[in-house]
Design a protein around this ligand. Structure first.
Ligand SMILES: *[C@@H]1O[C@H](CO)[C@@H](O)[C@H](O)[C@H]1NC(C)=O
Ligand SMILES: *[C@@H]1O[C@H](CO)[C@@H](O)[C@H](O)[C@H]1NC(C)=O
Ligand SMILES: *[C@@H]1O[C@H](CO)[C@@H](O)[C@H](O)[C@H]1NC(C)=O
Length: 639
């Protein structure tokens, strides 16, 4: 049902370009490191040595081979927590606003037991371009700030005595990065120092950088499970799981056992696959994975475990993949999860918190999920880049639905060029590789706010969308548009239309009384043209916490409340139509976040929560609405 006629037509020609790309980039699995009887994990997080290369050409570190010795011998170093953004850790402007290469290193030891194993170094996120050395030997380079990469490093390790890992990271954004940006050189030496440059960005979120997520070593046997792909469906009470296992092996004889365990650990299905990599398993009386409080759904986010045991004469590799049985479909103008219409009560989020910037923080993650539930939300969009896998795990476990967005934020005409496209295709491959088995992910978003009215955008995104569809034909594809139905050129290629709207805020500033009229007309026009489901993925207003005024005015807490209520009125009018097509609403934003210095204010204050996660008045208004929607949804499903 998801594949619409017009889209199928261009899968065929681009099938080959995707295959080509897969070959060029040598796609392999990027399974999340999970401990098992055959796999050990060694955390390399902690406080690393750090130094920024503030030489004029930003290239001294490479010229002097800083990776060849401990960083502290190359010059003075700072202490830097991993994971974290480096920007807010010191008190210097140079560090906060630094653009160029920064260097990290640390020592570690490995057990001699690991000699016989495959040892992999995995970096979950290094923003933006990274080079990694182990004991002075370059092991991997990666471009892209929000997705994991890894490399086998066993041959470079010392199993007695200290090892050193060095990571250099460049946070420069160019027209060919995602998100894009530009370095501007100021050559007028009468007004600027020699070699002066600034980083321009195309989004108002601060470009936090560094080792944002975990750095780990993990082991597998030499014969190992490289990747697992599953898709699920159900018919009446029977669940159906299709799986593909990719194995890497040296041994000639091998056997593969695939089992499904329920959440008490009981085996509910089992297959002996031997030489075949793919197969299908049924689950009787299946417990479906339901979004949080999708009423009458039969409980919460139920997770099974796919236990894969890969046995050779040398070893057995065991990997346990959590998964849920659920379906996602677009049918007509509606979005269905498990064959029931799904309405998204959502928020647009950020990974952003005081001091650690975008660095992984488990306390912030758990707090944010508690707040999502407190608000009565059931979904979020990863605006505007893929979030940490630990966040995605919580979404899977707690039943929060995710629109998984790549970092293609704010693409303009200068970005629609081959190098950006090649990188964008690569990022989509990495994103789908990472998140393809997650029940919480119901949709891929290929971009947010591109100049989708340009002809170049159409050519560019046709490839990105068809490539993504080729990687995963099971999930709907979308992008978030800030254009109108009469000039947008991309909506024709996607399954669900996502709209970012700021009437009463950046348009018609201060005029709340036009919101209902403008929004209902706007949404109706889109529906009449495309007959596809629509989600409003952004709407909202800024509010400086503690600023009040009656009657309300822009930037006060009351104005934010008044504005979202007008939108809710417009949404309700759409929801009561005989053929509903509005499938959700997501307020911009969950919490305040750090913005760039050229966006006027230090803090983007469009959160319904402060950056410290304290509720503003709008949070209570949103909570009241979401609880009301939940009750309404319960009444409908009971009838
Ligand atoms: C690293 O940063 C400098 C300063 O912005 C820039 O000139 C250079 O192109 C960057 N290199 C890479 C590979 O990003
Ligand atoms: C498994 O792989 C085969 C062959 O590549 C493919 O046709 C099938 O769709 C795959 N199944 C899943 C669940 O990915
Ligand atoms: C692969 O198998 C060959 C022959 O059985 C053996 O000599 C070699 O050491 C094996 N390689 C690894 C990495 O185990």
């Amino acid at each position: 049902m998801v594949l619409l006629g017009t889209i199928k037509m261009f899968i065929v020609p681009c099938y080959f370009c995707s295959i080509l790309l897969l070959n060029i980039y040598g796609v392999h699995g990027i399974l999340y490191p999970r401990e098992s009887e055959s796999r050990q994990i060694q955390d390399l997080n902690g406080i690393w040595d750090f130094r920024m290369d503030d030489s004029t050409n930003r290239n001294k570190g490479f010229e002097e081979d800083w990776f060849k010795q401990p960083l502290k011998r190359t010059g003075s170093v700072l202490k830097m927590p991993v994971p974290s953004s480096f920007n807010d850790i010191t008190e210097t402007r140079e560090m906060r606003d630094f653009v160029g290469w920064v260097w990290y290193d640390r020592q570690f030891y490995v057990s001699p037991d690991w000699i016989k194993k495959r040892v992999v170094l995995r970096v979950d996120s290094a923003h933006y371009t990274a080079v990694v050395w182990v004991n002075s030997i370059e092991v991997v380079k990666h471009t892209g700030g929000h997705l994991p990469f890894e490399r086998e490093v066993g041959e470079h390790l010392k199993f007695s005595g200290a090892n050193r890992v060095t990571i250099a990271i460049n946070n420069t954004l160019t027209p060919e990065t995602l998100p894009p940006g530009e370095i501007v050189w100021h050559t007028d030496s009468s007004s600027y120092p020699i070699g002066y440059f600034t980083q321009k960005t195309q989004t108002n979120a601060f470009n936090y950088a560094g080792l944002h997520r975990s750095v780990r070593l993990y082991t597998t046997p030499v014969d190992y499970v490289d990747d697992i792909t599953i898709t699920t469906s159900f018919y009446h009470s029977k669940g159906h799981v299709k799986y593909n296992i990719s194995r890497k092996r040296n041994a000639t004889n091998s056997a593969l056992t695939v089992e499904i365990l329920d959440n008490d650990g009981n085996t509910v299905a089992r297959a002996q696959a031997d030489e075949k990599d793919g197969g299908e398993l049924d689950i009787e009386n299946v417990n479906l994975w339901w979004p949080y409080l999708m009423v009458d759904g039969g409980g919460p986010a139920y997770l099974y475990t796919l236990k894969v045991s890969f046995n050779t004469s040398q070893s057995t590799d065991v990997y346990r993949l959590p998964f849920g049985v659920r379906t996602v479909e677009v049918n007509g103008s509606q979005l269905f999860i498990n064959k029931k219409p799904f309405y998204c009560r959502g928020v647009a989020k950020q990974e952003d918190a005081d001091i650690r910037g975008r660095g992984l923080d488990l306390a912030v993650i758990v707090k944010d999920f508690n707040l999502l539930k407190w608000l009565g939300a059931n979904c979020f969009r990863t605006s505007h880049y893929p979030y940490a896998e630990e966040i995605m795990d919580q979404a899977d476990q707690q039943g929060i639905v995710v629109i998984d967005e790549c970092p293609g934020m704010g693409l303009r005409s200068i970005n629609f060029r081959p190098a950006t496209k090649a990188h964008h295709l690569r990022v989509m491959t990495e994103l789908v590789q990472r998140d393809k088995n997650r029940p919480s992910v119901i949709m891929w978003s290929v971009a947010s706010d591109p100049e989708s009215d340009l002809p170049q955008a159409e050519n560019y995104f046709r490839s990105i969308i068809s490539h993504t569809r080729h990687l995963d034909s099971g999930r709907p594809i979308t992008f978030a548009s800030n254009k109108q139905e009469h000039n947008d050129r991309l909506a024709q290629y996607v399954d669900v239309i996502c709209l970012n709207r700021y009437v009463g805020w950046s348009r018609d500033q201060g005029h709340l009384d036009v919101i209902v009229l403008k929004m209902t007309k706007d949404l109706t026009n889109w529906y009449n043209k495309y007959k596809k489901p629509i989600i409003v993925t952004e709407y909202g207003a800024g509010a400086i916490p503690g600023l009040h005024k009656a009657p309300s005015a822009m930037f006060t807490e009351q104005y934010q409340v008044d504005l979202i209520k007008e939108y809710h009125d417009a949404f309700d009018r759409m929801r009561r139509l005989p053929i509903p097509f509005l499938m959700g609403e997501m307020v911009w934003n969950f919490a305040d976040f750090q913005s760039t210095s050229d966006s006027g204010l230090d803090r983007n204050n469009m959160g319904v929560l402060t950056r410290q996660r304290e509720p503003k008045a709008a949070a209570y208004a949103l909570k009241a609405r979401y609880y009301h929607l939940m009750e309404e949804c319960a009444l409908i499903s009971k009838n």
